[in-house]
Design a protein around this ligand. Structure first.
Ligand code: ZN
Length: 221
């Protein structure tokens, strides 16, 4: 099981679950022809989804296209249940990046049948994460930039300023649905520019000037 890295040290708790939100940026909802949700569209990835983004990470083969979605990730240091906004922000120990890997063709088939998304989004290794930096670096949760390059070309360049449900509001809503525990990771939705990831691709993800992570895509066994 993956143990997150916070400020270059192993975090006190291994990863629990990953709580995720779909369609939290209007331009991304539009690029996939999805309506903008009235309340956050929440889903969960299990602990085995989480792997290290740095170095190498593997994607499934033989199941159609795998899409990258770069997202701001939050590492929780405190338990949250029915939290208010101040409690929610105070529970964030670290901020980093995650890829919400998505088997897009599988997801399209599931959507057509109104089936749940786990086969497309919650498989082992479906959430590569960066190391985390202390949340004390953040002065404005509504102004955090994230960027993704693949093979040296810019693919995603966004900011938390464009989130439909801002970070505090998201955590409040998530904590009404699920008890959030230390070691849980929250991913906050992807800006526009999603696309296919292929074996052999070189990925570079950046969060402000706080961190930069390089990973190479391999094939899952
Ligand atoms: Zn996503």
């Amino acid at each position: 099981m993956y143990t997150p890295i916070l400020d270059a040290e192993e975090f006190l708790s291994p990863t629990g679950k990953v709580v995720c939100v779909g369609r939290n940026y209007a331009a991304h909802a539009a690029e996939l022809n999805n309506p903008v949700p009235q309340q956050p569209l929440l889903f969960i990835k299990p602990a085995d989804a989480v792997v290290d983004m740095a170095g190498e990470f593997a994607i499934p083969t033989g199941q159609g296209s795998v899409h990258y979605e770069l997202e701001i990730a939050l590492l929780l240091g405190k338990k949250l249940k029915n939290a208010d906004a101040a409690q929610a922000l105070a529970a964030i120990a670290g901020v980093g990046l995650a890829l919400d890997l998505t088997l897009r063709d599988v997801q399209s088939g599931l959507k057509d049948k109104a089936h749940p998304w786990e086969r497309a989004k919650a498989f082992d290794g479906s959430c590569p994460v960066s190391p985390f930096v202390s949340a004390s670096k953040v002065t404005d949760w509504a102004n955090i930039g994230l960027q993704l390059d693949i093979n040296g070309a810019s693919r995603q360049d966004g900011s938390s300023a464009a989130m439909l449900f801002p970070i505090a509001e998201l955590l409040v809503e998530m904590s009404r649905c699920f008890t959030l525990n230390p070691g849980d990771i929250i991913i906050t939705g992807t800006p526009e520019g999603v696309g296919e990831l292929k074996v052999g691709d070189a990925v570079q993800a950046r969060l402000q000037d706080w961190l930069s992570v390089d990973g190479v895509v391999t094939a899952a066994e």
